[in-house]
Design a protein around this ligand. Structure first.
Ligand SMILES: [Cu+2]
Length: 313
């Protein structure tokens, strides 16, 4: 059974908006679907059991005939700009019609390439297929922009990615150490579960405030939590939705949010959990490691002299 169908089983009924192959926790899904679609196009359809090499989402600016076209790829740091872009279709023209994904036609995720400065934004259409969003890149550096979209007529959901640079001097931040509890605005979020490359891993995030479990999380974009994972060093992208939805009669509004995620390789990932409580969306961030290979990927946070990749002894 290949990755897409395995995850499809988990995704049944809860991620239909993302399309069957994308599903829950499926960094590999879109690429697998692409491979299969190409095979189908070439006349073969029956090789679903063959494990194909998979390109994770977000690494390409153009995929399946659709291309992310930013109006500018240089943005002054610390200043609000009107960031504009289009997604151009196979005919070269901006796409104007999209299938909503979790209540929005387009999700824009921004992170600096050192995995700091995460933003999850929802641009609006300005007409003619042009998307616009007031955006501030707080500090200098190169940022990765991801758009989650499903253009009408596209076979699947796509995550297109482009670099945008905020010019100036900057020092990359070390990847924070892997800690089970993240704190944001007085909330503590605890991460339980282990990412195992190539298999579906259960992650449970527990939200507390002042030491007490939060049991009245609010739906945000049709879910109690959204989890984005970015792979350290190349920013391969994974967007996971929880197991269960608000209003399904069994999913509780906290304190636990359960995700099923599959990461494509060992190494370090930065996880960003968006959750809403008391009318505000907050992001809890974690560093998580998948597998044991590639240990040097975890750059020491405090005592680092910038040469954390050296192994002694
Ligand atoms: Cu979004």
């Amino acid at each position: 059974m290949n990755t897409a169908s395995k995850l499809g089983a988990y995704a049944l009924g809860l991620a239909a908006v993302f399309g069957g192959a994308v599903g829950v926790g499926d960094i590999a899904g879109p690429a697998v679907a692409t491979v299969q679609a190409e095979k189908a196009h070439g006349g073969g359809h029956g090789t679903a059991d063959t494990k194909e090499p998979v390109v994770p989402g977000g690494l390409q600016v153009s995929q399946g005939g659709y291309t992310l076209v930013p109006e500018a790829t240089v943005v002054e740091p610390g200043e609000e700009t009107d960031f504009r872009f289009t997604v151009n279709g196979p005919d070269g023209k901006p796409v104007t019609r999209y299938q909503p994904l979790h209540g929005k036609e387009l999700h824009l995720i921004v992170a600096r390439r050192d995995l700091s400065g995460f933003q999850h934004l929802h641009p609006t259409q300005a007409g003619g297929g042009v998307w616009t969003i007031p955006l501030t890149l707080p500090d200098a550096g190169t940022y990765r922009f991801f758009t989650d979209v499903q253009p009408e007529g596209a076979k699947e959901q796509l995550t297109l990615g482009t670099d945008v640079t905020a010019p100036g001097d900057f020092r990359p931040l070390a990847l924070p150490k892997s800690e089970p509890v993240a704190t944001v605005d007085g909330y503590e979020v605890e991460l339980n579960g282990t990412l195992t490359p190539g298999t579906t891993s259960k992650l449970v995030l527990t939200v507390r405030k002042d030491g007490k479990p939060v049991t009245d999380l609010e739906p945000y974009l049709e879910a109690y939590g959204h989890l984005v994972a970015l792979r350290d060093r190349d920013l391969a992208y994974l967007h996971v939705h929880p197991d269960g939805e608000p209003g399904d009669g069994k999913t509780r509004p906290g304190p636990e949010i359960t995700f099923y995620a599959e990461v494509p390789s060992s190494g370090a990932y930065r996880l960003y959990l968006d959750f809403q409580h008391d009318g505000e969306v907050r992001t809890a961030e974690f560093t998580a490691r998948a597998g044991d290979a590639d240990r040097p990927a975890e750059r020491p946070a405090e005592t680092d002299d910038g040469h954390g990749d050296h192994e002694h002894g």
